[in-house]
Write a new protein. Structure first.
Length: 275
């Protein structure tokens, strides 16, 4: 039977634990900074010393334990640890205090202004003036510019106030109950004007009360296909054409055939409002 190993024999050498190290291209050199809210950026950061709960819950470090072991009658030789957060709080000026200091320099608090206090000057003179200057005046300018552009665009539309002669496409359709609330047929001399000018002339939500309804238009075209020369037909506005441009007219079949062959479908013609 083999004898047991004596206690004096040296132990077998053990291999050191493996050390894992990140390569250089995976090492984080610039860690992301925590995002702060707008209030957190304006107000100075709060240190742990201001919150007793945080101070009591914070684990003690080796430096704190060594300082606690020092006798009360002897000064400690260990370096004191100063929190960077508290240092930043002390160096960063308070925003409200800085603003109030500048306000006191510009407007001393105990000096009368027009026989009134500084509070009255700020609340009832300076603040309303700033609102008028930076809010009311820009809104009024923008509203005026918008209205002027709208009026200039309306003046260029072929509305009854414009006495020019307009040129556009002439088409035909099978009328029925129009936007003016009038029942029409293909044998009547009626016309559907463009939705652009119909909506521009509208004065309310009821299309039956549109000022263009019932107005007269004279349509003219050179009937070259029949060699009949210029022909003119007077028509009445009864409807609104959704697919028409501003100067286009959608006529009844009876009107269209007096100006062009029906199989043409779309021809070019001129027209004007009758006073």
């Amino acid at each position: 039977m083999m004898a047991d190993r004596t206690d004096g024999a040296p132990p077998a050498p053990s291999s050191p634990p493996p050390v894992y190290q990140l390569p250089d291209w995976e090492t984080i050199t610039h860690p992301p900074k925590p995002r702060q809210s707008l209030l957190g950026r304006l107000l100075p950061p709060k240190s742990d010393a201001d919150d007793p709960l945080v101070m009591s819950a914070r684990p003690s470090t080796a430096v704190d334990r060594d300082q606690a072991k020092e006798p009360s009658g002897r000064a400690s030789t260990l370096p004191l640890h100063i929190s960077s957060t508290a240092d930043d709080s002390a160096t960063k000026p308070n925003l409200a205090a800085s603003f109030r200091k500048r306000l006191d320099v510009a407007l001393p608090p105990h000096q009368p202004y027009f026989g009134r206090s500084r509070r009255f000057l700020i609340l009832y003179i300076l603040l309303p003036a700033a609102i008028v200057l930076f809010v009311v005046i820009p809104l009024a300018i923008g509203l005026g510019v918008g209205l002027s552009r709208r009026s200039s665009g309306t003046q260029n539309l072929p509305l009854p106030s414009n006495k020019d002669i307009f040129t556009g496409d002439l088409t035909y359709y099978d009328p029925a109950l129009g936007a003016c609330g009038v029942q029409s047929s293909s044998s009547e001399n009626i016309v559907s004007v463009s939705h652009i000018i119909f909506d521009a002339a509208s004065q309310g939500s009821d299309p039956n009360s549109n000022p263009l309804c019932g107005m007269k238009i004279r349509v003219t075209r050179d009937f070259v296909e029949a060699g009949a020369g210029n022909r003119s037909v007077d028509v009445t506005v009864v409807d609104r054409c959704v697919g028409c441009q501003a100067t286009d007219l959608d006529l009844s079949v009876a009107v269209f055939t007096q100006l062009a062959p029906q199989n043409s479908g779309r021809v070019l013609g001129s027209w004007a409002w009758l006073s």
